[in-house]
Design a protein. Sequence first.
Length: 754
Amino acid sequence: MSRRTTVILVTLGLVFTVLAPAGKGAFAQSGTPPVPAPTPTAPAVPMLISAEDLVPFSMIGMPSPEVLHGPYDSKRLRFGLPSTWALQPGAELYLHLNAYFSTARGGGVEGIRAANGGTLEVSFNGQLIATVVFDWIGERTVRIPLPDEVLQSPRNDGRHELYLFLNAAIDCAYDNQTAITVQADSQFYFPHDIQPPALDLALLPRPIYQLDSFQTESVVVVAPDDPSREELEAAYLAVGGMARMTRNTLVPELLFAGEVTPQIMAANHVVFVGKPAAFRSFTSAAWPVSFAGGALQHPDLQAGDGVIQMALNPANDTLVWVMVSGNDEAGLQKAAQAFSSGALRTSGRPDLALISDVESSVVISNVPDDRTFSDLGYSVQTANGFGVHYFDIQLYVPPGMTTSEDAYLRLRFNHSAMIDFARSGMLVYLNDQIIGSARFDENTAKQGVEDFVLSRYALLPGVNRLVIAADLIPTDYCSNLVLSNLWITLTPDSLIHMPLMPMQIALMDFRNLGNYPSLFVASPTLSSLAFILPPDDPQAWKLGASLGADLARRRGGAILEFGLAFADDIPETFRQRDWIVIGQPSKLPVLSDVGDAMPVPFPSGEDIAAESGLQITYRIPKGTSLGYLELFTPPWDSQRTMLGVLGSTPDGLSWAVNALLDSTLRGKLNGNFAVVREDRLFTADTRLGLGSGNLAATAVPGLTSLPAQVITPFPEGQVAQKPGWIIPAIAVSSVLALAVLVSVIIRSAKRDSL
């Protein structure tokens, strides 16, 4: 290319750049431009099918397409159907599939067709219902009838299960690659009638809650309008029990009898908790045990017995009512604790359980230093097949104890020699924290022994969960034995060496808000915990119930046993428990008993903390809404912990509770004192004089700070106004560029003529 040509091209480029229209900007981006994904073809569903009977995969745990890769792969879907659905004959499955094959044999499309032939085995509720042969390429919807005999769930939890298994062994014979996409708009056709749910207490939490159901249910717990301490405690146990039974999916709102409206009754399942006289206005249901006279009447009922019964909502027979009650406080407590277990045995009829006694939990004060898996109740444990397998081991640490630095797990195991040693191995978790890993080799295949340190920081008081996760990858996916001869076995002589010693008081003095909730869940049944509430404050009672539910779902004891007391009448035995004190400080006379033990005390009768012990003290006007969290040791027992969940106003109290329930805020907690305002959190440690900064600045009206620089986007529909000089500048630049271009062309023409 000549110099003249180069100059001309560069100049033309400059001109076109300057003269380009100044419309919407185009910005260069790195990477490949996105390519629109093809729109999947909708399944061929008969037009006469009612949409109310269709259940797409996107609603039952598969929100996006799933790809199954050859030679072997699988997909399992477990889901629940509403408890009011009575399935009718004629159910079908519409699988929307996309089959893709590639082969190294060549031969174009014909070569690919010659190499396909994988199958998809389709099982429902444990029974094989169809085998799909892939003799096509591309998308297709396969219609599979569901036999009537597979419509009944065989599982205790009532869920149904679809299992898809891809067998593309032909990939091994022909160096072929098979990929089958199961589209999320695949769906079941479940013709059904709506009928009242079965009333069976043994099935709890059904029919109130069905695990993995696409239909959202809701439930409320109703306590008497003016509950006694025992009645409110029982209501807390019921709220916590329901949260545990539903895996924290349904956390009931606590209401009081006078708050129940027809609208609430029409939209919710209801659990009534209290002595029967408080619920006389709800006797219209067909209760198994009558209480029209204000007392429970049943020939087998004795003094001190608890009663749990179930009935249909008279105004809407798709909803159920449950009553947890007793004619006296002892019976009510038994009924509430039994209900919290979620595992009831009925008394002659499925909708009634009479509770004569509930055994209190036994606190284990000493455990041996060395315990084998066999000592803990675990026999030989074996898992088969490729993929990740999990083994759960539970071990107990008594409250107030910790372990020495030389605690360890000596895991004994063996496994198949057919696994790929370079890609297979195991991870060990203690309370969801990784504490070690191990590789597999020829020696561990015969007899593996690995030691893992049980770190003190990962151990918690109470029941601890040890999880061994083993990943088995075959050396050859195409081996005929890959489906049956991959295995791992943990032997019962595996040892946990865990010498325990009393937790040092010096360490306990530095317990931290960031350790919530582990500070209060030492007992599997929460028997070491008590909630202290203000008298005559239903709003605080409701907030406390949400905290109780959150703690209850974290424990796996058979029943719940936490206590509850009003702040002006606390049983002396409660001083042997940890306390969570909830409410506005002026309504909690017990705070005067703890005195200076609080990190930041409250003046008598005041709801604003006296922050004089902090680095900066603010004058906060009365009526300012603030939430407070204070963690400290009560003066009567240095081994116990108190948590104040406090608010200067009802809004402030709500913010303080939310800081413990919201995982994002809870992760920011630190020290022994925190101030909460809406979703802002400020922490301090009065023992060390440390804090996260300006504790109360956001609380004080009138405080100002320098505004940050703000870049305000233009309102929608408006564009930025161009500066006045830019158009003349563009014009001048264009003229100059044209002049340069003309000059170059003239000079070139003169040279050519010479």
